[in-house]
Every structure is written in structure tokens, then in C-alpha cells.
Design a protein around this ligand. Structure first.
Ligand code: GLC
Length: 434
């Protein structure tokens, strides 16, 4: 039974954290055409297995990943313990198709967890409900399986219950052998493969029995599409804890039927693939990602930003550079992100507003001619204003140019046509308590 009080407690840290790292890594880093390569190109098992023999991530140093995440200001990280291809990065007793049996020779998940915990970053695991390696997972006729169109295997008998035993068993391993996990990120439901098809009530019960504080996504019911019952006022047993919009920031944030704010996390790639894709250089500029992170927060959401390490275990240089630039901004402005949420004010035309208690953070993303209008800020309640990046005082500007607009708060943030921070100059506004 859903207990709202427990729920609110469980998700409190997560809503404070706001910014996390997603890590998609596996054998697919070798073909380097994204994590769906086996499905998209309908690659048969025997043509995929050579990557298993070859996998040898000589540069794998999760400490470096953790440092990059920390520097960027990320508070949690979620890594693929198993993706759709079925390859396990952890040392599962239930399969041979695992990292410990490759040249990597170690439990990559254990090392990921240790490295990130050491940096004080909360940790989560992604676990694919789909499995294109397991013989009992539907092949022919499935929506996504690489062999979905292969007539020859049409009549092969498969025992889905046996797969479910395997899947539940692996989730149990993850929940019992790896210490405290902060997030379990199941992926994903489709068609009839949803909810109790996964024996989801039992699964969630088991997960929570070993990891009582864990936060679970909503994909035992849906995918990146759809909201699931966590978005209603009557969440079910396997509704999970947050909505997981994928490659989109909900235009108006997300609320339930009765207008209650929902907990959500937008997962976003830096380029156009989750898993490493050698030719995909379509990286979003750091400036854009910073603005989009602020957008998420201003709509009560989190951002889970993905990196896809290459076959050797390196996060691509482009991604590292982006993380660094985000970090430079975060170092000065993180107070306008962590613990912040919607301000309740309309989005102003020159930026966005986040809020935390009696503080508002006005994110100026576009400069004005002269003093900058802080749209919607209640003038009579402003106690003080500071530039967040250096703490310097900002006074309300009251020049003759502004005198026709007595209700609007204006501030002078720079004497040049350029904002002190061209991406997002944050004004911290302290309001008088009512
Ligand atoms: C999708 C994809 C997958 C990716 C995930 C991240 O559902 O199947 O490759 O891991 O989204 O949200």
C-alpha cells in the first residue's frame, strides 16, 4: 500500500540533489554505434559474442568518472548493471555473460559503487527488464528483440517464468551484495510487457525489503513515454517513486490530476546516444545544458545527464569538457539548484526563477538595455539582493529610465552590454518572511 508520508521522506534527498550522472556502458561500446545496436541492426547472438571475448577496458578507473561527476556538481549517479543486450557488468552468480568473465576480469559495478560513494555521491543502478541474451526472453515477434523477424526460431519454446526467476534473482543479488543503493532504475515496459507481466508487485516488495530507503523509477509500468500511476493520486504497488521523461523536459512541469507536484527526472544524453557512439559528435553545448538543468529545477524536476564511456573505459573528451564547464558554473551558482524548486512565479521572458524557502534565484539569461527587469518579483517583499557568484550587493535601480514602471524591480548587473555570466547570471533575492 502506498504511504504518502513515507514516500515524501524517501524522495526528500533526491529532490534536493537535482542533478545526477547516468552512465551507459557495456559491450556495445565496441561496435560503438549506440546501446541499441544489436536490435537496430538485428545482429544475431553469434555475431555479438565476439565483443564479449574482446572486451578489455584497460583504462577503466571509476575514480576518474566519480571526480568528473563531483566536479560538475552531480549529487548522484546511476550506472547500467545490465542493459538490454543482457551483458552484466556485475558478478552475477546466475549467468556467465558477465564482466568478470571478460578480460576486464572484475566486477565493474562494485568498483563503480565504491568510487562514487567515496566522493560522497549517491548511487543507483540501472537494470534492463529486457534481455536479448537470455534464451527464455521472447525472441520472435517481440517488439525489440534482435531476432524478432527471424522465422527459423519462430517455434522455439521459451519459458518466460524462467526468465522472470532469473531477472528477480539478479535484482536480488544487486540489492543484497552491494551495500546501500539509493536508486533502482528499471527499464522498461512496453505493450503487454508491463506491471505484473514482470511480477512487479513481488519485485518491488523484494527490493524494498532489502533496501527500505531506495528510490525506484516508474518503468515497471511505462517507458520514457507515459507517466504511470505515480502520476495519479492513487499510486499502486509498483508505481515507483518518480516519473522518468526521456529526452524531453516536460513543457509545464508535471502535476497529478489534483494538481499535486510530481517527482520527476528528465534523462538526457549529451549527444544523441546513451551508449558510446564513435561518430556521434552532436554534443549539446554546456551553456545549453546549464540552462536546461535550471529549467528542470524551475519545474520541480531533476536532470540525469548521460555519459557513455568508450570500449577502453574512458568518458569521451567532449563529455569531460562539458562536465567541466558545467562545474565552473555550478561552483558559483549551485545554491540556485540544490534544494530549489519552482518559485510559483511565471517564467520571466529574460530567464527563469528557482526558489528555496524565502530565497528566490532569478536566472538572467538575456541581458537588457540598461538595468535588468526582474519580472514578477514582489517589490515590497524584497529584503536584499546579491549576485550569487560573488555575493556582491545589488540595489534596486531607480533611474529616470525606469520611472514609468514603478512596480518592476530593476537591477544593474553590469556596465557593459554583456552579462557577468553570459550563460546565466543568478541574482539571489532574499524576501521578507510573511
Ligand atoms: C530507453 C532505451 C535505453 C536507455 C534508456 C534511458 O528506454 O531503451 O537504451 O537506456 O531509455 O532512459
Amino acid at each position: 500500500m502506498f504511504n504518502r508520508e513515507e514516500y515524501e521522506k524517501r524522495v526528500a534527498w533526491y529532490q534536493e540533489a537535482r542533478f545526477g550522472m547516468f552512465i551507459h556502458w557495456g559491450l556495445y561500446a565496441i561496435p560503438a554505434r549506440g546501446e541499441w545496436v544489436r536490435s537496430v541492426e538485428e545482429i544475431p547472438e553469434e555475431e555479438y559474442l565476439p565483443f564479449f571475448d574482446e572486451f578489455n577496458p584497460v583504462d577503466f578507473e571509476p575514480e576518474k568518472w566519480a571526480k568528473a561527476a563531483k566536479e560538475a556538481g552531480m549529487k548522484y549517479a546511476v550506472m547500467t548493471a545490465k542493459h538490454h543486450d543482457g551483458f552484466c557488468l556485475f558478478d552475477s552468480k546466475l549467468t556467465d555473460f558477465k564482466a568478470t568473465n571478460t578480460k576486464a576480469g572484475k566486477d565493474l559495478i562494485r568498483e563503480f559503487l565504491e568510487a562514487f560513494r567515496k566522493e560522497g555521491i549517491k548511487v543507483g543502478l540501472y537494470y534492463s527488464l529486457l534481455d536479448w541474451h537470455h534464451p527464455d526472453y521472447p525472441h520472435y515477434g517481440d517488439w525489440h528483440h534482435p531476432m524478432r523477424n527471424c522465422e527459423e526460431i519462430k517455434d522455439v519454446e521459451r519459458d518466460f517464468d524462467r526468465y522472470l526467476e532469473y531477472m528477480h534473482g539478479q535484482v536480488k543479488e544487486l540489492c543484497t551484495q552491494y551495500g546501500k543503493l539509493d536508486i533502482m532504475w528499471f527499464d522498461f515496459s512496453y505493450g503487454e510487457m508491463t506491471g505484473e507481466a514482470w511480477r512487479a508487485t513481488e519485485l518491488v516488495k523484494m527490493v524494498r525489503s532489502y533496501q527500505p530507503d531506495i528510490i525506484i523509477d516508474n518503468r515497471l509500468e511505462v517507458s520514457g513515454e507515459g507517466f504511470g500511476s505515480i502520476a495519479t493520486d492513487n499510486p499502486g504497488d509498483f508505481s515507483g517513486d518518480f516519473v522518468s521523461p526521456e529526452q524531453i523536459i516536460p513543457p509545464n512541469g508535471l502535476v497529478s490530476e489534483t494538481g499535486r507536484d510530481l517527482v520527476w527526472e528528465a534523462c538526457i544524453t549529451m549527444n544523441d546516444h546513451w551508449g558510446y557512439c564513435a561518430k556521434d559528435k552532436n554534443f549539446k553545448p554546456a551553456a545549453m545544458i546549464i540552462k536546461k538543468l535550471v529549467e528542470c529545477v524551475s519545474k520541480n524536476g531533476n536532470m540525469l545527464l548521460n555519459v557513455g564511456p568508450d570500449a577502453k573505459g574512458n568518458i569521451p573528451n567532449e563529455s569531460l569538457k562539458i562536465l567541466k564547464e558545467i562545474g565552473t558554473w555550478m561552483k558559483k551558482n549551485a545554491l540556485s539548484v540544490y534544494g530549489c524548486k519552482s518559485s510559483g512565479l511565471a517564467k520571466p521572458e529574460n530567464g527563469r526563477i528557482t526558489g528555496n524557502g524565502n530565497k528566490l534565484y532569478y536566472h538572467i539569461m538575456e541581458n537588457a538595455i540598461g538595468a535588468v527587469p526582474l519580472y514578477g518579483i514582489p517589490k515590497d517583499k524584497v529584503k536584499s539582493m546579491r549576485l550569487l557568484f560573488d555575493g556582491s550587493e545589488l540595489k534596486m535601480s531607480g533611474g529616470w529610465c525606469e520611472s514609468n514602471y514603478p512596480d518592476v524591480v530593476f537591477v544593474n548587473v553590469s556596465d557593459t552590454p554583456y552579462l557577468p555570466d553570459e550563460v546565466d547570471t543568478v541574482v539571489e533575492i532574499l524576501l521578507t518572511e510573511e
